[in-house]
Design a protein around this ligand. Sequence first.
Ligand code: 6CS
Length: 316
Amino acid sequence: YNWNFVTEEMEGQVQFEYAREFADLLAEKSDGRINMEIYEFGGLGSEVDQVEQMQDGIVEFAIMSPGFTGTMVTEGQLFALQFLFTDDMALNQEILNTSEALNVHLSKKYEEHNIKPLAYFTEGAMQWTSNKPLQSPEDFQNFKMRTQESPLIMESYKAYGADPTAMSWSELYTSLDRNIVDGQENPIFFIEDASFNEVQDYMTISNHNIYVAMLTVNPNFYDSLPDDIKKMIDETVEEMRPIAYDLQDKLNREMLESIRENETHSTEIIELSEAERDAFRQLALPVREYFINEVVGEDGKELLDMLQKEIEEVEE
Ligand code: 6CS
């Protein structure tokens, strides 16, 4: 078997290293019968192009961020809702692993669009970088915020008073450098590895959301596979869960140090207090109502309610 696996990231970053490990495990399990060609981001187009290639079966496997399928699978935009998950990343990953709302109901919504999610995993807590200090919602007034394509991510920043612009991350470094946008959100490892810190004066440790990515497969391709091969894939998905968690944890820790120690450009790191985070939380909560009333309706409400219940249960 020769399969293609596309990621939205580069070598050394979480998605690419996930794909590499996934391919190695499968090659081993299958005694070399399964070979995967892994693509770094850029070679096959934008993040949105990659979604289409997976749906068309041009690539068999893809790691995708729900933020790039927001207009198609509207329910997947629930990951844009800030302060929804807990502040404990290990618990968050447990929720992603076990949630019925996500692994059964949300996955079904993706499957309607020819995308089969095999796993949801976090790439870390998200932080803001900016060219001015971001400490309170007032600081976001007219702030040009770069976001992914999801309308709900944009709505979330409008709730803070910002002026969001969606773009591919391939354009982000230049756009920050030229002040086409004033700031962006991402996990720390990505901020450092994409060198955004070198064109931004501030990084706010806001932990306002978790970055979630999905391992996906083309469903027609998957269904056509013999049972023993499917079993190898499913086992590998399970084996990857702790590996992916440790990978992002290690990279996010290490890269925080290298942002601190960067000699070319110093980035001031602002840590929000709980009271400061709460000011953002208060403005983020009504976006959940907007999501239900304006975006997903009754079906989506059930899904979000179920996920919130699951989060509460794990927190207890
Ligand atoms: O900001 C982005 O769009 C990119 N961020 C990450 C962590 N992965 C890929 C994604 O395209």
